[in-house]
Design a protein around this ligand. Structure first.
Ligand code: M6R
Length: 302
């Protein structure tokens, strides 16, 4: 399947994308020259559809944390009609694998009409969105043939991460040491992805179990929340199994009612500053007999 082939291409294409926006040896970000000054940006709007909009949501966490710039994320089909007030000098970022998605293109044209700086993250450099944007940061994912986005998603994340670190640095919110440590983390990703892909036999076994379910819940906090949304989208799209993604803290505000022994709950929880909070949500799921599938790192599993 193309999708499987593209999943396995990720360590290589993610490394290629990172190489375009980082100086790995110096452990610094190295974005191409842009027609605007990242220092002067007061607000960012990120607009995209589907999987690309989840990249935007993750980008919001990074921009706000590293660069302390407020970010709004919209799905393009809403943004294009809601006449969002944008200020001259704001930055609007459009994320699209194909660069041809009609709603994203219409949103870009609206933003240009409002006089904001436009930057697109696209995989196809000759696409309409790329041609009509002031600045283009290309993902080097290569052609994505599978309808379900995989390698484009992870490459888009690399571009957004590099951009957020560059913005943090330009605005004086990140020190040289912060930059080095974040870039070091990014440079490690291709190797870690290759290691994660060796879990396929275990994942295949889990997938067989999940395939018997009617509904699946995905939970996460922080950047793992949009990842939960993406996981649920991917499961729906590929297996036709109903799935929902939730911010783990929202569990008690409704969805907990659905949990019983027939409901697999995929919890995405790396060992980060919200890990303990997510563990307490996991305990609520366990108390109702839900089947928990925890995706975590070595520290979280310990
Ligand atoms: O080409 P685009 O990135 O603009 O496409 C946007 C969405 O249609 C796309 O991300 C879609 O949600 C994924 N292919 C689903 O896996």
């Amino acid at each position: 399947h193309f999708m499987q082939k593209e999943i396995y291409e990720q360590p290589v294409v993610v490394a290629q994308t990172l190489t375009s926006y980082l100086r790995p040896l110096e452990e610094q970000v190295a974005l191409p020259d842009m027609d605007f000054d990242l220092k002067a940006i007061e607000r960012v709007a990120i607009v995209a559809c589907g999987t690309a909009s989840y990249v935007g949501m993750i980008g919001k966490y990074w921009f706000e944390r590293f660069a302390r710039v407020p970010v709004e994320v919209d799905v393009a089909s809403e943004f294009r009609y809601r006449e969002a007030p944008l200020r001259k000098g704001d930055l609007a970022i459009f994320i699209s694998q194909s660069g041809e998605t009609a709603d994203t293109l219409a949103a870009l044209r609206y933003a240009k009409g409002e006089g904001v700086h436009t930057l697109s993250v696209v995989n196809v450099p000759t696409s309409t969105i790329a041609r009509e944007s002031e600045t283009v940061l290309q993902t080097l994912a290569g052609p994505e043939i599978g309808v379900a986005s995989t390698k484009a998603f992870t490459c888009q994340l690399m571009v957004l991460a590099s951009l957020a670190v560059a913005a943090g640095k330009a605005r004086g919110e990140l020190s040289d040491e912060d930059e080095t440590s974040l870039v070091h983390g990014l440079v490690e990703i291709p190797r870690l992805m290759a290691a994660a892909l060796t879990s396929e036999p275990q994942i295949e076994k889990l997938a067989r179990d999940i395939s018997k379910s009617k509904d699946v819940l995905y939970l996460g906090r922080g950047t793992s929340y949009p990842l939960a949304l993406e996981g649920a989208l991917k499961l729906k799209e590929i297996s036709y199994i109903h799935a929902e993604g939730y911010a783990a803290g929202e569990l008690k505000h409704g969805p907990i009612a659905l949990i019983d022994e027939n409901m697999p709950v995929v919890v995405i929880a790396p060992f980060d500053r919200v890990f303990e909070k997510t563990v307490s949500n996991m305990q609520e799921v366990a108390a109702r007999g839900g089947k928990i599938i925890l995706m975590t790192d070595a520290k979280g599993a310990a």
